[in-house]
Design a protein around this ligand. Structure first.
Ligand code: NAP
Length: 246
C-alpha cells in the first residue's frame, strides 16, 4: 500500500487529500506547519508542526516507510520545499511539487515586479501613500520602517512582529470577490496594492480590482524551485503522478 506524505497548508493540498480519501490501496498523511490558529483541515490523517529540518524529515520519512511525497505547500514556502527535496533524495523516495500557475500581468495592469518583501517596502513610497498589503503576516515585518505610507494589512491571523507605524489591520481569509475587493480598496482610498505572486483563484480578485481602479501593483516574485524537481500544476496532475508510481 503506497504511503503518501502530502506537505500542505494550501487548498490544493486539501483537495488532493480529499481526492485520495478512501481510495483503496493508498494511505495518506497530510502535514501542516501549524502556523494558522484554526486551519482548514484535510480529511484523513494529519500531523502538525515542523519536522526539525532535513535530518528530522529524513528520519520521519524512513520511520513511517513513506513511499512518495507530494509537496503541495504554498509557492512561497521555499524552506520546506528545499528540505523536502533534499530529504526525498537522501531517502530515495520520489517527490513531486504541486505548484499552481503564477498570475499573469494583463495588458491593462501595471505591475512592478520585485524579488522580496524588503524590495517591495523600498519601492512603495515612490508609488503611493496608501498601500494595501496582502503579503501574509510573516512578511509584515519588512514594512515596519515605512513611516510615509499608510498601510491596510490583511492577514488570516494577527502578525506577531513589528508593524508599520501608520497601519490598519484586517483579519480575514479568502476567497474574495472582485466587487468586494474593489469596494474595500475604494473605502480605504488605497492607491497601491502589494501582493506575492501566489497564483490561484481564491485571492486573485484583488488584481482585477486594482486594474479596475488603475492602481499599480507591487508583485513579489516566487522564490525559485530547487533544480531538477518534477512539478505538476494541479490536483489531477498530482493524481496522475501518483498513479504513475504503481
Ligand atoms: P517555510 O518558510 O518554507 O518553512 C519553514 C519551516 O516550517 C520548515 O522548515 C518546516 O520546519 C516548517 N514547515 C513548513 N511547511 C510545513 C508543512 N507543510 N509541514 C510541516 N512543517 C512545515 O514555510 P512558510 O512560508 O513559513 O509556510 C508555512 C506553511 O504555511 C506551509 O505549509 C505553507 O504551505 C503555508 N502557507 C505559506 C504561505 C506563504 O506565503 N509562505 C501562504 C499560505 C500558506 P522544519 O524545518 O522544522 O521541518
Amino acid at each position: 500500500m503506497p504511503r503518501i506524505l502530502i506537505l500542505g497548508g494550501t487548498g490544493e493540498a486539501r483537495a488532493l487529500a480529499e481526492a485520495l480519501d478512501g481510495v483503496p490501496g493508498v494511505e495518506v498523511v497530510s502535514s501542516l506547519a501549524g502556523r494558522v490558529r484554526q486551519p482548514a483541515l484535510p480529511p484523513g490523517r494529519v500531523r502538525t508542526g515542523g519536522f526539525g529540518g532535513v535530518d528530522g524529515l529524513t528520519r520521519w520519512i524512513r520511520d513511517r516507510s513513506i513511499d512518495a511525497i507530494v509537496d503541495a505547500t504554498h509557492p512561497f514556502a521555499a524552506a520546506m520545499t528545499r528540505n523536502a527535496a533534499t530529504a526525498a533524495e537522501l531517502c530515495g523516495v520520489p517527490i513531486v511539487v504541486l505548484r499552481r500557475p503564477e498570475w499573469q500581468e494583463s495588458e491593462r495592469a501595471t505591475w512592478i515586479r520585485v524579488a522580496d518583501n524588503e524590495s517591495a517596502a523600498a519601492v512603495l513610497p515612490s508609488l503611493g501613500s496608501r498601500a494595501f498589503l496582502t503579503i501574509g503576516r510573516q512578511g509584515v515585518v519588512a514594512f515596519a520602517g515605512l513611516d510615509t505610507v499608510w498601510c491596510l494589512i490583511r492577514s488570516i491571523d494577527l502578525p506577531k512582529c513589528a508593524m508599520p507605524p501608520r497601519a490598519e489591520l484586517m483579519l480575514s481569509r479568502g476567497p474574495y470577490t472582485v466587487a468586494d475587493e474593489t469596494a474595500l480598496m475604494r473605502r480605504h482610498r488605497v492607491d497601491v496594492l502589494v501582493t506575492k505572486n501566489s497564483g490561484g483563484e481564491q485571492t486573485a480578485a484583488k488584481l482585477e480590482a486594482a486594474e479596475r481602479l488603475n492602481l499599480p501593483v507591487v508583485v513579489i516574485e516566487r522564490p525559485p524551485l530547487p533544480i531538477g524537481l518534477s512539478t505538476v500544476a494541479d490536483v489531477p496532475g498530482a493524481l496522475a503522478w501518483i498513479a504513475s508510481l504503481a
